[in-house]
Design a protein around this ligand. Structure first.
Ligand code: VAH
Length: 316
């Protein structure tokens, strides 16, 4: 039985559906502190604040959970606006997850991020193992989370696994306050307005990934043969790296009239410039067969199709 905490978020809302299609609706328990009728529609849903360790443990016992996906986090930009709250939520949920995984013998997946790297990490083809001095509270939480994950594995034998996600682009649930959100907003504004005002400077490279590939990674790593894992927390994974200018050019191929201007957000700029331009994900490829399927062209075609469909249905 699988439990997801933070199931109402950008990753969680789609991961719940994907896991239910793979393992069966009744075998995937979705939880979030907010009520999520969509997630309750086709499988078990429990309204749960993951900071309440007692309530969290009750759910794990009641449903006999053996694998947990911990997707609770305040993202980079929103975290910079309230660093104390970001630490409290991100690390509170993680500590409860690690302790519960230890006590009830559950496997635990917690995503890390390109945000775990900092300005003095090598920028191009950032290695799996390198210096990590992030300059955002989000990055500090992610590096701490990676270290705790490896500690709980080594010290207590907990089966903790993790991937460092790039910016995730999806057409189901909007991202909640990240630095890479521009790469989702641009498609919605292109369809709704035919124009977009970009908060990230035109020349800033960031790794990105289409959500279907991210969901594959979440499943593949947890199904990987543990004897082949040299690393655990956390694997570099990526599929593409681009600047706003490159994404703009790709969108104009499909929508020649689309226009983009820039109104740079200084907080998002400083975060984005502190992150890698591109990751080296060789270890994930070698240790558990990571292989992305989507690139900027195919993602753009699919995003425009999906967002246009939402507009036609009056959903946006
Ligand atoms: C953010 N989307 O922008 C998240 C993610 C790599 C970026 O961590 O904060």
């Amino acid at each position: 039985k699988i439990l997801i905490i933070g199931a109402g978020g950008q990753i969680g809302s789609e991961l719940t559906m994907r896991l239910r299609s793979v393992y069966g609706n009744e075998n995937v328990v979705a939880t979030d502190m907010r009520d999520c009728p969509m997630l309750a529609a086709n499988g078990p849903f429990v309204q749960l604040n993951a900071l309440d360790g007692e309530a969290y443990a009750e759910v794990v016992k009641k449903y006999k959970i053996d694998a947990i996906y911990n997707l609770v986090a305040l993202l980079s930009a929103v975290g910079e606006a309230n660093p104390q709250k970001a630490w409290q939520i991100n690390m509170g949920a993680l500590m409860n997850s690690l302790e519960i995984a230890r006590e009830y013998n559950c496997a635990l997946f917690t995503p890390s991020s390109i945000g775990a790297f900092g300005p003095n990490s090598p920028k191009v083809k950032t290695p799996q193992d390198t210096v990590m001095r992030p300059t955002t509270i989000y990055g500090v939480c992610k590096v701490t989370g990676e270290l705790l994950g490896d500690y709980y594995h080594k010290r207590f034998g907990v089966d903790t696994r993790s991937v460092r996600f790039p910016g995730l682009i999806s057409n189901v649930t909007l991202p909640g306050g990240g630095t890479t959100d521009y790469a989702v907003e641009i498609y919605y504004d292109a369809v709704k307005k035919g124009s977009y005002v970009c908060p990230i400077p035109s020349d800033v490279y960031m790794d990105m990934m289409y959500m279907p590939d991210a969901l594959d990674a979440c499943i593949q790593i947890m199904e990987a043969d543990p004897s082949k894992l040299v690393h655990r927390n956390s694997f570099n994974v990526t599929s593409m790296s681009f600047t706003p200018e490159m994404l703009y050019a790709e969108l104009r191929k499909a929508m020649p009239g689309f226009t983009m201007t820039y109104d740079v957000d200084p907080v998002k700029e400083s975060i984005a410039r502190s992150w890698p331009d591109s990751l080296d994900d060789t270890c994930a490829r070698e240790e558990w067969g990571w292989k992305p399927k989507w690139d900027m062209k195919s993602m753009t075609e699919d995003m425009l199709r999906a967002v246009r469909e939402k507009k036609e249905k009056g959903l946006i």
